[in-house]
Design a protein around this ligand. Structure first.
Ligand code: HEC
Length: 261
């Protein structure tokens, strides 16, 4: 029934729109618009951007992140640790956001070892809160922070899975390299309580660092620490990270020449 009603409604709208449109091209375009209009008029939902923010308690964010990691892994953990307290402080629209929508990004996207899943969520959260330009600056600064620090730093009161001793500097936001360097130093495999513990603490670090920047931003005190696309401009290729990880670390002595450089 609903489908039929909807089709009739669409017909009405598209007919009305068709009367206005004269060329064939315009006809195609108006049908699309008619569908959009229909949805809009039914739900009256309007996209808002950016979303409101209230400063968060950094230690609380870290604790939520650390505890959320074990069932939810790295990416959903970031969203939960920041949007969770905002659900309580602000309510809508945070209460309408499905945190599960981040789960797939764990392990550098379903275990593919690309960018660390925490950072995928940080990019989204920062943009949603700080808007397009400052959101870009915040994710850029967190990418640097992730790559250029010995982590994990976070120390839980009681470890949930294991005691661990190593910290490593990845030099890159790539999950595979970051977790691999740590596993090598700690001498443990991927499917161990230690590796789990490490990624939980690292998730807490990233959530806390992101919140530090968002809080500074809320106070009007956030100044980007790094220029956008600085590495790319210098090396002529994405992901160059020359300040952090030398080309030679992966390419050995035969660093390929970048066309155009
Ligand atoms: C994290 C490891 C890593 C780092 C660091 C890295 N690369 Fe690469 N790069 C690769 C891999 C893997 C390939 C694919 C190689 C292949 O298919 O033979 C590649 C491919 C390339 C290519 C394409 C041509 C080719 O021979 O495959 C260029 C150009 C290149 N890299 C330049 C650079 C430069 C310049 C830097 C430093 C600014 C750099 N890379 C840093 C891993 C890396």
């Amino acid at each position: 029934m609903l489908g039929k009603e909807r089709r009739q409604e669409e017909k009405k709208i598209s007919r009305r729109e068709l009367i206005r449109g004269s060329s064939k091209l315009a006809v195609g375009a108006t049908i699309v618009t008619a569908g959009g209009l229909l949805l809009g008029s039914k739900t009256e939902a309007k996209a808002t951007y950016p979303w409101p923010y209230k400063k968060l308690d950094i230690d609380e964010v870290g604790k939520i992140a650390y505890e959320t990691y074990f069932p939810k892994f790295c990416s959903q953990t970031i969203a939960t640790s920041i949007f969770g307290p905002l659900r309580e402080k602000i309510g809508k629209p945070y209460t309408t956001f499905p945190l599960e929508a981040f789960f797939w990004a764990h392990g550098g996207i379903e275990g593919w070892g690309t960018v660390c899943g925490t950072l995928i969520a940080v990019g989204f959260v920062s943009s949603l809160i700080a808007g397009e330009k400052d959101g870009r600056n915040i994710i850029n600064d967190v990418m640097y922070w992730y790559s250029d620090n010995y982590i994990p730093i976070y120390k839980p009161k009681e470890p949930i899975k294991a005691s661990i001793k190593s910290t490593t500097k990845s030099g890159t936001p790539i999950c595979h390299i970051s977790v691999g360097k740590w596993m090598e130093k700690e001498g443990v495999g991927f499917f161990t309580p230690q590796r789990n513990e490490r990624c939980a603490r690292l998730s807490a670090d990233i959530a806390m660092q992101t919140t530090r920047l968002l809080n500074a931003w809320a106070d009007g005190k956030y100044k980007p620490a790094h220029e956008l696309l600085a590495d790319l401009k210098q090396t002529g290729i994405t992901g160059g990270t020359p300040f952090l990880l030398s080309c030679g670390e992966c390419h050995g002595r035969n660093i390929p020449k970048v066309p155009g450089k």
